[in-house]
Design a binder for this molecule. Structure first.
Ligand code: PAF
Length: 273
């Protein structure tokens, strides 16, 4: 595996490349969720590129940028063992300079749900993903469905900016007890880890109700909130694939989303119906 630090070196290295490239952008602290993206990229592309970059512009003032888990040595090992060809590991000043041009997320879709509790967060995500896609120029780029709103906005950006990449959405990986895998799970104490299980339980409640034929989203949301009542809930929402609130479940076109705070850690999860 080759480790490359600067965008210019990576572009230079890939310049004569005629292979299909699978790209997995990450912020490091890799877990099984990331590994599943890398494995899928490995299966379907000749060259696999992973980036590790804790992107400062997607963190708001007072958020966990300085304490975000960093596991550089373990991450390098994981990438090597998962068959990554190139690990792109830039510093912040390799990616950002003075007087930055940025990509703005749409007013509604980028400022509801997670974008409401973290205003401007998605501008940072889109800006860095745009840069990374321009540097790597991949055939396929892999993102997890756990960050459903992020995935939706990235797909929209790629479509609206006529970018030449396929966005591949991958299912959420879960611990055996149902907790969605996330780098931020590392912040949880033993007690908080147990509390956090209420997130996936609330989604199971929604799944069960839909399975029994219930389609009224208000009723489902309120049952989910009962399961989550001991936690600080940022949102419980049921939307269609365009992130519009819906009154009735539409099978094949619905996402049920939750974001809560457990202790000081913000955790999100969702199911696609
Ligand atoms: O999902 C993430 O890890 C980040 O938001 C991403 C897509 C790598 C952009 O920094």
């Amino acid at each position: 595996m080759k480790i490359i630090i600067t965008p210019l070196d990576l572009k230079e290295y890939l310049k004569t490349n005629r292979k299909t490239i699978g790209f997995v952008p990450t912020m490091g602290a890799l877990h099984e969720g990331h590994i599943s993206l890398i494995k899928e990229a490995r299966k379907n592309n000749e060259l696999v590129v992973v980036s590790i970059f804790v992107n400062p512009t997607q963190f708001l003032e007072g958020e966990d940028l300085s304490t975000y888990p960093r596991k550089d040595d373990a991450d390098k090992k994981i990438c090597e063992l998962s068959g990554v060809d190139i690990l792109f590991f830039p510093h912040a000043d390799d990616i950002y300079g003075k007087d930055e041009v940025s990509v703005l997320s749409p007013n509604v879709r980028g400022y509801i749900l997670e974008g409401y509790s973290r205003p401007g967060h998605f501008n940072g995500v889109l800006t860095v993903v745009n840069k990374l896609l321009n540097i790597v120029n991949p055939t396929n780029a892999y993102f997890g469905k756990k960050d459903a709103q992020q995935l939706n906005l990235i797909s929209l950006m790629v479509k609206q900016l006529f970018m030449n990449v396929n966005i591949i959405a991958m299912d959420t990986m879960r611990e055996s007890d149902g907790l969605a895998m996330s780098s931020r799970n590392a912040y949880l104490s033993k007690e908080e880890r147990i509390e956090a299980l209420k997130i996936s339980s609330s989604l199971q409640v929604a799944f069960g109700m839909v399975n029994r034929g219930l389609t009224d989203t208000k009723v489902i949301e309120s049952k989910m909130r009962e399961t989550l009542h001991t936690l600080e809930v940022f949102y419980v929402a049921i939307v269609n694939r365009d992130f519009e609130q819906i009154q009735t479940i539409e099978i094949g076109n619905t996402i049920v989303l939750v974001e809560v705070k457990v202790g000081t850690t913000r955790l999100l999860d969702n199911i696609w119906l």
